[in-house]
Design a protein. Structure first.
Length: 300
């Protein structure tokens, strides 16, 4: 098993504290099965999309495998012969090994040779990457010509209710607000990021999943259990006051509770699809090469 490659993103460019993220993912790993329903649901949707692509992928990478959720979900779907699983935490990589080969690697610094994979898959991991365009470029480089990239990540609008409740509560209790919820990617920019990274035929689309909770603290417990708690580099560095959480719970209940008193948490899921360029791919027509007359179309 390879050793973890350390993060070399300059401190001034960091949005996320990757070391803290790894520590929290390591703590969450032992009981992840009790909180992985959303991860599993989105893995199912990713697997369905992969199954719709009628071709084989002899060697594929699961980037950010956690404990092997995607490998368990695929179960032979997607015509993948060998799936290599990588995760930034040692404990997850060890647990993922039950489903096939695994290694430890930071998603920001990929240790793979150029043009070695037929497909790279990633399920709800890349929203924690500081330099997403750079990581996408590394993924594209690791793909063979006409290789597939298919990924999911949280998008703008995710946990909007929680963001509002915490911000208003902190303003009321302390007179200021600290970063609490990650700045997620926007759908309008996602396909552009793929194109910027050198992918051909880039496509980005969005699913919205709403999960309801019995109370505010059940949501926070679930986020910690998934390893998705606040890991922003500029987060509040001292414990939050109990009064702030109590007020946030009251705001969430008052503002967002449904008719049954349950609290909705919205997760917007971006699906990114791109292909490593290859001459065999369909090419857009040369500008000005059309032969149809507008006069003929309009019948005038």
């Amino acid at each position: 098993m390879a050793e973890l490659i350390q993060n070399t993103v300059p401190e001034q460019a960091r949005i996320f504290d990757r070391r803290l993220l790894r520590e929290r993912r390591t703590r969450a790993a032992a009981n992840l099965h009790a909180h992985d329903f959303l991860l599993t649901e989105i893995a199912e949707r990713l697997a369905d999309r992969l199954s719709d692509i009628a071709r084989a992928f002899p060697l594929a990478l699961d980037l950010g495998a956690r404990d092997g959720i995607l490998a368990r979900t695929l179960k032979g779907r997607g015509a993948i012969e060998t799936l290599i699983q990588s995760d930034a935490t040692l404990i997850s990589a060890r647990r993922a090994r039950q489903g096939g080969p695994s290694l430890v690697a930071d998603e920001e610094i990929l240790p793979f040779q150029a043009q070695c994979f037929d497909a790279v898959l990633s399920n709800l991991t890349l929203h924690w990457v500081n330099d997403l365009p750079g990581t996408l470029a590394q993924i594209r480089s690791s793909l063979k010509p006409d290789g597939l990239f298919l990924a999911t990540l949280f998008g703008t609008g995710t946990l909007g209710e929680l963001r509002t409740a915490l911000m208003e509560a902190e303003l009321a209790e302390t007179g200021g607000a600290s970063p609490r919820v990650s700045p997620f990617a926007d759908l309008r920019d996602a396909a552009g990021l793929l194109q910027r990274a050198g992918f051909a035929l880039p496509v980005a689309d969005l699913d919205t999943v709403t999960v309801t909770y019995s109370d505010f603290f059940a949501l926070l417990h679930d986020l910690r259990g998934m390893g998705e708690a606040n890991a922003l580099f500029d987060r509040l560095k001292h414990p939050t006051r109990r009064a702030t959480f109590a007020r946030a719970a009251a705001i969430y209940q008052d503002r967002f509770a449904d008719r049954d008193g349950r609290l909705p948490a919205t997760f917007q899921i971006l699906f990114l699809t791109g292909w490593a360029p290859d001459p065999s791919q369909q090419q857009p027509a040369r500008r000005g090469s059309g032969k149809t007359s507008l006069k003929d179309v309009l019948g005038s």
